[in-house]
Design a protein around this ligand. Structure first.
Ligand code: NAD
Length: 509
């Protein structure tokens, strides 16, 4: 039987100890603060008894959990997972002490979310025995475990971490060391690009969140998520990414975060962040239901190739629109990633804002739109919202035609300011871009990225699946347009994305 040690009996440690005992391991839980130890052990026992009631574990599981008051009592452990406060010196000291107290073969694992595991391994005599085991909060419920291979980690340590993770019932991914490892790194654009959109006033924070929920199927938008995590915590993470990467522009903190922290608006825990929280936790109205698709009948031209244009044509046809290749049509929708060279005139024109913003496209009277396939049906997670934008020169009949058309297909509409990819496209394309950088740098595989973001961060689909649904060409069009129109390094496309596109391949190949 494996003897597991857990150091730090807080939020994470208590949950990890519960998992250890449930997996049939003798589990020694230590915390230097007696009250914290008692509280953590109590929490783990409570969790175990719930699992006993549900028949998930046997009644003897709780007996495997032993709170221990001193670090010395961890001497018999085969594996120690530390979940102590996120302070590098404290964790280095702990590992130094444990490597002396425990046997030569002990594997020391850290649950750190931001400290390079390689730097902690450097603190012990046998660095090959150090590995990262990054659980997600709350550990008993979240299905993912990210195992981090430090530069020094040896195969036996990695094998033990994987085996214990699997015994705890987790889906285990093995990833390389680096800022945010794989999951938090690949998830960063969600908040980082959200903040950028807010800073540029492309949309309000309420709109950005609503678009992510209704347009992208995300459970929460970036601002409600940042409020939940704590704006101060997110700000510290962003600063640590910047420090560890020596200033990578994609990862820089936002001045908005700094201002929120300075104002004491830290999110849910302070009663106010981007939202204001009522005593009952309420902070926003319920989302609107998508309108009943009413269908059309009038002649319509949907131009362009690619997954979105195909999906829109299919939806319009199903709703009874008569599709034409060009004029005469009552509405022309250019849904191709690349602009149609000469869309037919004489009818309101809707253009997809992917390869440029509406203003850069130069169609003075057009309405811009953006959405990402797959298109949602009654009970799936696809798009239920279309974002629209207009220029001062766009006339109101064109705006009404755009709203009416998308409503008739069953979409909610949201007006935002002009930008390539508008809101959701910009966030998702940056998620795909970060994944491509991470895969290209060998931090993890395409499958690991998708498992990481769906199971670790509850995204509706992983960035690789997104890239397959919308096409690499669409992703590159949005990134290149942002780069062209902003001239900011943060929008440079990952070299892997560029080479895969040239070869006609996808991220999974
Ligand atoms: N909370 C999360 O969502 C989350 C998610 C993933 C990883 N993590 C990481 O897990 C670790 C623990 O986070 P947490 O949220 O459980 O923190 P926490 O504050 O809830 O718990 C930390 C515990 O460590 C104890 N402690 C203090 N000094 C100690 C020492 N010298 N040695 C051992 N224990 C000591 C404290 O008494 C406390 O009980 C951190 O490294 C954090 O970055 C946290």
């Amino acid at each position: 039987m494996i003897t597991l040690g857990v150091v730090g009996a807080g939020t994470m440690g208590a949950g990890i100890a519960q998992l250890g005992a449930a997996a049939g391991m003798r589990t020694l839980l230590h915390d230097p603060m007696p009250e914290a130890l008692e509280r953590g052990a109590e929490g783990a026992r409570r969790g175990l008894s719930k699992w006993v009631e549900k028949g998930r574990v046997g009644e003897d599981a709780a007996a495997l959990l032993e709170p221990v008051a001193s670090l010395e009592e961890l001497a018999p452990c085969d594996l120690v997972i530390e979940a102590a406060p996120e302070r590098p010196e404290l964790k280095r000291d702990l590992f130094g002490a444990l490597s002396v107290l425990c046997g030569d073969g002990v594997v020391l694992a850290t649950n750190t979310s931001s400290i390079p595991v390689t730097s902690l391994a450097g603190a012990v005599a046998r660095p090959e025995n150090v590995v990262g085991m990054h659980f997600f909060n709350p550990p008993p419920l979240m299905p993912l475990l990210e195992v981090i291979r430090a530069d020094q980690t040896g195969e036996p340590a990695l094998a033990l971490a994987k085996k214990v993770g699997a015994a705890m019932g987790k889906e285990v991914i093995v990833v390389g060391d680096g800022p945010g490892f794989l999951v938090n790194r690949c998830g960063r654009p969600f908040s980082a690009e959200g903040l950028r959109l807010l800073q540029e006033r492309v949309a309000t924070h309420e709109q950005i969140d609503r678009i992510c929920r209704l347009g992208g199927g995300f459970r929460m938008g970036p601002f409600e998520l940042m409020d939940l995590v704590g704006i101060d915590v997110g700000f510290e993470v962003a600063k640590s990414f910047t420090e560890l990467s020596f200033g990578e522009p994609r990862w820089r903190p936002s001045p908005i975060q700094a201002r929120m922290v300075a104002a004491g608006r830290l999110g849910r825990k302070s009663g106010r962040g981007y939202y204001e929280y009522g005593d009952d936790g309420s902070y926003r109205p319920a989302d609107p239901d998508p309108p009943q698709p009413s269908g059309g009948g009038s002649p319509l031209a949907v131009l362009g190739d690619g997954p979105l244009a195909d999906a829109l044509r299919e939806r319009a046809r199903a709703m009874g629109y008569e599709l034409r290749a060009g004029a005469p049509a009552e509405l022309v929708v250019d849904a191709g990633v690349r602009p149609h060279p000469a869309p037919p005139g004489g009818a309101p024109l809707l253009v997809l804002c992917a390869a440029s913003s509406l203003v850069a496209r130069g169609e003075q009277g057009a309405v811009g739109f953006h959405l990402l396939p797959p298109l949602g049906g009654a009970d799936d997670e696809g798009a239920r919202m279309v974002e629209l934008t207009r220029l001062p020169t766009t006339q109101s009949f064109a705006c009404e035609a755009a709203e009416g058309f998308f409503r008739s297909l069953g979409f909610v509409t949201e007006w935002v300011e002009d930008a390539p990819g508008l809101v959701l496209g910009r966030i998702v394309c940056q998620l795909v871009n970060e994944a491509a950088f991470a895969i290209g740098e060998g931090v993890g595989s395409a499958e690991d990225v998708d498992a990481g973001l769906t199971l670790g961060l509850s995204h509706p689909r992983g960035p690789v699946a997104w890239s397959e649904a919308i096409g690499v060409e669409h992703v590159l069009a949005v990134l290149d347009a942002l780069w062209e129109e902003r001239r900011e390094e943060r929008y440079r496309a990952a070299p892997l994305l560029r080479s895969l596109s040239a070869l006609g391949r996808g991220l999974r190949d």
